[in-house]
Ligand binder design. Structure first.
Ligand SMILES: NC(=O)c1ccc[n+]([C@@H]2O[C@H](COP(=O)([O-])OP(=O)(O)OC[C@H]3O[C@@H](n4cnc5c(N)ncnc54)[C@H](OP(=O)(O)O)[C@@H]3O)[C@@H](O)[C@H]2O)c1
Length: 290
């Protein structure tokens, strides 16, 4: 696995994935949306033929969750049709594809972590579009397709909750964060490293959950961020989702189980608090320049 092609390479995860591959000594071609629109079948095939990668990671996606409610067709074109086009090109070239997906494929009302094989029941247009993409990848690449679900991402190269809290701590005396959404804050760099390990290990094709372990509410995450900044965590006030009216419903419970990693002989991502500590210098620096 020395040559990699990364689609959506200007996105928050795409940028950290390209950097992680370069650190790993791989040859990487990262293509931004302008350089490769994954909905363009001929362009996808041509990119794979030109780059001759040993593996592809699809980080390209429609990620505007609320906009997808009114524009489901456009979201599906990227997240379902686009994913299928990348998968078909990989199948034709005989190479593996790691395709990024989301906790939003689940109903969000469980009481225990979602296992990789649990039934999907998306409640939003975004979730439906991503589930259709997953199914296309697994159908077209039954032996070389990896669906890697992640959630609650933060990183130095895109808008995210942690960076927003770092900025708001400077701007406001108090902030509000919800106590009725539970998930696993996850650093893009950790996801990138897991994706690379998965493909390099030639693990069994299928679904993997790349989120931190442990769980927290957004309220707890915000308090942790304030603590890391040396600010008083009590400046974070508790609220509920009812205070934020949004077009797409947010899952109340988005905790994902990590059983598939053990079967593949690989370690899952560790505890979310430790990851946030490791990530924090880079995040704080990028928030200052944002
Ligand atoms: N962020 C999260 O919390 C989160 C949670 C769960 C799952 N995920 C999944 O993780 C993956 C990466 O997410 P991210 O946070 O890095 O998202 P992101 O920052 O929005 O990156 C997605 C990239 O895809 C590009 N793109 C959109 N349509 C495209 C197309 N037709 N062809 C090629 N590129 C296209 C976007 O370009 P433009 O910016 O120019 O549109 C953007 O650079 C996605 O599959 C997402 O569904 C993310």
């Amino acid at each position: 696995m020395s040559r990699w092609l990364v689609t959506g390479s200007a996105g928050m995860l795409g940028r950290d994935l390209v950097a992680a591959l370069e650190r790993d000594g791989a040859q990487v071609v990262g293509l931004t949306r302008r350089e490769l629109d994954i909905t363009d079948e001929a362009a996808v095939r041509a990119a794979v033929a030109r780059c001759r990668p040993d593996a592809v990671v699809n980080c390209a996606a429609w990620t505007a969750v609320d906009d997808a409610e009114a524009r489901e067709g456009e979201a599906s074109r990227v997240n379902a049709t686009g994913a299928a086009r990348v998968a078909a090109a990989c199948a034709a070239a005989g190479i593996p594809l790691a395709h990024m997906s989301t906790d939003y494929v689940f109903g969000g009302d469980a009481r225990r972590p979602y296992a990789e094989r649990d039934a999907a029941a998306p409640r939003s247009a975004y979730g439906r579009s991503k589930l259709a993409g997953e199914r296309a990848v697994l159908r077209l690449l039954p032996r070389a397709g990896y669906v890697v679900r992640t959630a609650w991402l933060y990183g130095a190269h895109g808008p995210n909750f942690v960076s927003t809290m770092i900025r708001l701590e400077r701007e406001r005396p108090t902030v509000e964060a919800v106590t009725d959404q539970r998930g696993q804050p996850t650093w893009t760099v950790d996801v990138a490293e897991r994706v690379i390990a998965l493909v390099r290990a030639r693990a069994a094709a299928g679904v993997y959950h790349a989120t931190s372990s442990g769980e927290a509410t957004w309220f707890e995450v915000a308090r942790e961020v304030f603590g890391l900044l040396g600010a008083d965590p009590a400046r974070v006030r508790a609220t509920t989702s009812a205070a934020f009216s949004r077009p797409a419903p947010r899952p109340g419970y988005s905790v994902l189980g990590h059983g598939a990693w053990a079967t593949a002989g690989l370690e899952p991502i560790g505890d979310w608090r430790l990851a946030l500590r490791r990530a924090f210098p880079a995040l704080a620096a990028s928030a200052v320049t944002a």
